[in-house]
Design a protein around this ligand. Structure first.
Ligand SMILES: [Zn+2]
Length: 480
């Protein structure tokens, strides 16, 4: 151990990601069975996805292929015009045929990158090694009351997945979490996948190693962003210890205990056998499909973040948070189009707006009205409490926000005028000498009074309105 670094921070961590996302299709990949999470177990199966002898896969679901190509285009990957299907053979109850149909040596797409920003807002590009399509396995369930028993639900068998594999990059646990988060945002924004980790529509395996060391640990089936960060942090510490694993290991993640554990051999089986799939011709991507896949591809989150930072002056955290929520992002754009100042609009949307948001993730008022609200909130001396109350009332359904704001404007105008009037009278009364010099014809003294009134109102008034009121009062006074 001569001079061998043992502390966690001594060697940079390298992280590679393998992410499985369920493609947003209505039916399975090689048969017409419906994709339906809510269905009773084993009610969405047929001889093909149930793997009955003699049943052959149907031509692949075109919608699934289109979505996978769409993801490849969104990540800037090169799409192969012709790729191949393969069989990945292993023996486990979740695999009715004894093999999974996937892609191996000739994947759908290669290259491209997932881009994130570091803490200083600098961009980091994480290279994508491959993107391929495959079918999901069945779901095994271990009932709590009879733990020795395994039940299998084949509804999930044959559901189309896209797998994204990144090249290993130097990254810490938090950066790795952000890479997965960014990919999730892209999957959702492009409509490729619902990407809901809590529903298993996005699952992540991570490979963790220390730079220059052979030991490599794979942690499988992480199903939350938090689990990704914690599992990597946990392995980083373990790899830096003197008793660190020397070779390759496959582990699972225990969320409750906050640590990884060794998988039983069959789950951790590292070597799969691959064969070419003889029952399916090569997967051909024609011009029509390519055009269809790229149609209406929305602006990518990182482009959007750049535009918002440059054009609207949003800070990186705000831009990143907004970009991660497609519905809120669209709502924000509509607010800005309607004339709301960008930074206050974003901040309002992520605070008051988010608190009032319905299941669609946006506040239940038209973006145009929200823009008017934010414009008024951003004005100096705005009656913030009253404006907030108007919004709350609109959310409760007590009228449209536009109407409620209109009512407030009249009230507010009267109140503000009353406040200015009282302040002007008080300042005039407090400075008889200056009033006398006004009478003597020194009209410039009105600016002195404007200053006094603005100070008295702590800046919460329009100086032009103050000047008008002062001139009116001084005129009255002069006529007296
Ligand atoms: Zn089926």
């Amino acid at each position: 151990m001569s001079g061998e670094p043992t502390a966690g921070g001594a060697l940079p961590l390298r992280v590679g990601l393998e992410i499985h996302a369920r493609l947003a299709t209505r039916s399975k990949l090689f048969c017409p069975c419906a994709v339906d999470d809510a269905a009773a177990p084993n009610t969405r199966i047929c001889p093909i996805c149930f793997g009955l002898p003699g049943a052959l896969p149907a031509p692949p679901n075109r919608a699934a292929i289109r979505l996978a190509v769409r993801l490849a285009l969104a990540l800037g990957a090169g799409v192969r015009r012709e790729s191949a299907w393969a069989r990945k053979a292993y023996f486990y109850p979740d695999l009715p045929r004894g093999y999974q149909i996937t892609q191996h040596e000739s994947p759908l797409a290669q290259g491209g990158a997932i881009r994130i920003e570091d803490d200083r807002g600098e961009r980091i590009a994480v290279p994508v090694e491959r993107i391929h399509v495959e079918e999901d396995a069945a779901r095994t369930v271990h009932p709590a009351d009879t733990p020795a028993e395994s039940l299998v639900d084949f509804n999930r068998a044959g559901v189309p997945l896209v797998e994204i594999v990144t090249a290993p990059v130097e990254a810490d646990a938090e950066q790795a979490r952000r890479i997965v988060e960014r990919l999730r945002t892209i999957l959702a924004a492009t409509g490729v996948s619902e990407a809901a980790m809590e529903r298993g529509a996005l699952r992540c395996d991570v490979n963790v190693s220390l730079s220059g060391r052979a030991a490599r640990v794979e942690v499988k089936n992480l199903n939350s962003l938090r689990a990704v960060r914690r599992a990597i942090a946990c392995e980083a510490q373990r790899l830096a210890r003197p008793d660190a694993p020397a070779g390759r290991e496959t582990r699972g993640w225990d969320e409750r205990a906050g640590r990884t554990y060794a998988l039983r051999t069959k789950e951790g089986l590292a070597e799969y056998r691959y064969f070419p799939e003889p029952d399916l011709p090569p997967l051909v991507i024609d011009e029509a499909l390519l055009a269809e896949a790229g149609r209406g591809l929305p602006e990518l989150p990182d482009e959007r973040i750049r535009r918002w930072r440059r054009g609207h002056g949003l800070d990186v955290d705000t831009a990143r948070t907004l970009a991660a929520e497609p519905a809120a992002a669209r709502y924000f754009e509509r607010m800005v189009e309607a004339g709301a100042p960008a930074a206050p609009a974003a901040s309002w949307l992520l605070n008051d707006g988010r608190r009032a948001a319905g299941p669609d993730g946006i506040p239940p008022v038209p973006a145009r009205d929200a823009a008017a609200l934010v414009e008024r909130l951003a004005a100096p001396g705005a009656p913030r409490a009253a404006l907030r109350a108007a919004f709350d009332a609109a959310v409760r359904g007590e009228g449209s926000l536009r109407e409620l704001l209109g009512r407030l404007a009249t009230q507010d105008g009267t109140e503000a005028a009353a406040g200015i009037d009282a302040a002007c009278r008080a300042e005039l009364a407090a400075h008889p000498a200056q009033v006398a010099s006004w009478r003597a014809g020194r009209r410039g003294v009105v600016e002195f009074f404007v200053g006094c009134v603005m100070r008295r109102l702590a800046g919460r008034a329009d100086p032009r309105a103050v000047r008008r009121r002062l001139l009116a009062l001084l005129g009255e006074d002069a006529r007296r």
